[in-house]
Design a protein around this ligand. Structure first.
Ligand code: GTP
Length: 193
């Protein structure tokens, strides 16, 4: 089984005041670095899904994939699936750039739950579809789905009967949407999440 990984970092961060959330810092380090460090050991190759000047990510030494359609996170998933398919990987594991406490076993649990198909993460009764596993064979269907105007990540997951992979710690999926979420994340960081 060959799993590739993708950090979704193509959002506009409006609730964070329109800043590039990839470079918002937690414990002195940019969020993109936190997520890269959590995800890299779980996948064979890792890339960043982002628009604009890719040079800002140069220090991470990871490929940067621009969106093909301007339609939210699923556009990034499509670019990632094409990248993974070109390398003959089996599936792509995605995670948002604003989730710095991701589980260290995200990819293997998604793979087990998916059993060859799609899977999305679930914790504390909430589904986190941007933390998902997408077989590369879904690329063409996703392209058609986006071209038809659809954009919801959970809608696409449901269309493919995504399995739910349960995780015990809901804090692992804490995502930083607005400045007030940063204080909570800093306090979680200090308590050793
Ligand atoms: N590739 C890609 N990723 C996106 C896009 N929109 C959102 N994302 C990513 O998807 C994840 C969830 O996005 P949100 O936090 O809901 O949206 P956001 O644009 O980052 O922030 P808001 O503008 O405050 O909603 C984040 O990691 C975003 O970077 C997009 O158009 N393309």
């Amino acid at each position: 089984m060959r799993l590739y990984g993708l950090i979704l970092a193509g959002g506009q961060g409006r609730r964070m005041g329109g800043t590039d959330k990839a470079f918002v810092t937690l414990a002195g380090r940019p969020l993109v670095r936190h997520v890269a460090e959590r995800l890299a050991p779980q996948v064979e190759e890792l890339a960043i899904s982002a628009n604009g000047d890719p040079a800002r990510f140069a220090q991470l030494g990871l490929p940067v994939l621009p969106d093909a359609h301007p339609q939210g996170p699923l556009s990034g998933v499509l670019a990632g699936l094409r990248w993974a398919a070109a390398a003959e990987a089996d599936a792509l594991v995605t995670a948002p750039v604003d989730t710095p406490f991701l589980p260290g076993d995200l990819a293997p649990r998604l793979w087990l739950a998916g059993d060859g198909g799609c899977a999305v993460a679930e914790a504390g009764g909430r589904t986190h579809p941007a933390c998902g596993l997408w077989p590369v064979a879904l690329a063409e269907d996703l392209d058609r789905w986006l071209a038809s105007g659809e954009a919801r990540v959970m809608g696409f997951a449901a269309r493919h009967g995504a399995a739910r992979a349960g995780f015990p710690d809901e804090n692992a999926f804490l995502n930083l949407n607005a400045p007030e979420d940063l204080a909570r994340a800093e306090s979680l960081w200090r308590t050793g999440a």
